[in-house]
Design a protein around this ligand. Sequence first.
Ligand SMILES: NC(=O)c1ccc[n+]([C@@H]2O[C@H](COP(=O)([O-])OP(=O)(O)OC[C@H]3O[C@@H](n4cnc5c(N)ncnc54)[C@H](O)[C@@H]3O)[C@@H](O)[C@H]2O)c1
Length: 321
Amino acid sequence: MEAKDIKKIAVVGAGVIGNSWTANFIWKGYPVNLWLYTADEEDIAKQEINEHLESLAINGVFGKEEIPDMMKLVKYTTSLETTVKDVQFIQESIIEKLEIKQKFLADIDKLASPDAIFASSTSYLLISDIAKFSQYSHRCIGAHPYNPPHLIPLVEITIPGGDKGSIKTAELAAKFYEKINKVPVILKKDVPGFIANQIQGAVGTICGELLVNGVCTVEDIDKAMSFGPGLRWATMGPYLVYQLGGGKGGIKGITLHIRGESGEPMDEQERKQLEMYANFIQGEVDKEMAKRPPEFGNDNDSLRKFRDRLIIKILREHKKI
Ligand SMILES: NC(=O)c1ccc[n+]([C@@H]2O[C@H](COP(=O)([O-])OP(=O)(O)OC[C@H]3O[C@@H](n4cnc5c(N)ncnc54)[C@H](O)[C@@H]3O)[C@@H](O)[C@H]2O)c1
């Protein structure tokens, strides 16, 4: 199967994430079978999906008159068989409980085509565990979205460990997600919390420590993040931020400066290791920059201009400019 062969999608679970995924898929023109845990979830699902689409229309992404046709692409059902029997891609988005996800996968293995990709929206469970008993584990991936999936492009992809997973499935899913403008990242290891939730978790831990130690208030932390690093992180990741923070010396310069000149004194061996690390990280950032289209910034000068343009747009919305 190729990404172009994915024509119809099953979304299993009509909660916060399932409804948002559904809005995303129908916006991009894909028919969706949406599985409901109970029949009375249908009205709430319709309302939430419609709200997501209205929000996109109000903000000029498409015309409001297109929404009724998009809404017609959803088939609501409590039958798992009806949900998965004729689809090529299954975005599982039910409650975060391992045994329940495993049971659903066992049922899906009996009801869906073995070629259909099973993509779990799980936040912290391992796809290795979810797919542990599946006879079709090669079609399984962790596919972690960021709330709300219809707006946030990131999808973090993992495969079951050992010979139970298939990198080809991950690559195919990544191509499909790219087709609908998502930004997939395939992890090299199946880890709880993927990349972004681990980073977010570390931030949360420090926030808690600052509060408990009486350093600042909740409001201070929210201001510090959204009017400080958050503005930069909305435009690029931490490594490109450091690249610009290092001026002409780039990330190598700032790494050597922060650890080398401002940190504890180092012996010759430590200095050599730092130099090696700084060279390595600069090489990685250079590779990343070379891949970027020029209009998004692919050298220090164009990257700075890109950052400034985006930050100014956000600050206008905050009425800070
Ligand atoms: N909320 C987030 O910010 C977020 C972000 C990324 C990923 N996720 C992941 O997406 C998945 C869904 O999370 P959510 O936030 O949409 O949760 P939710 O509680 O909003 O929705 C869960 C859905 O599962 C259904 N459900 C409840 N009990 C069930 C059962 N016993 N069997 C089958 N279905 C049952 C509910 O009716 C509901 O439709 C989880 O795996 C979660 O980790 C959540």
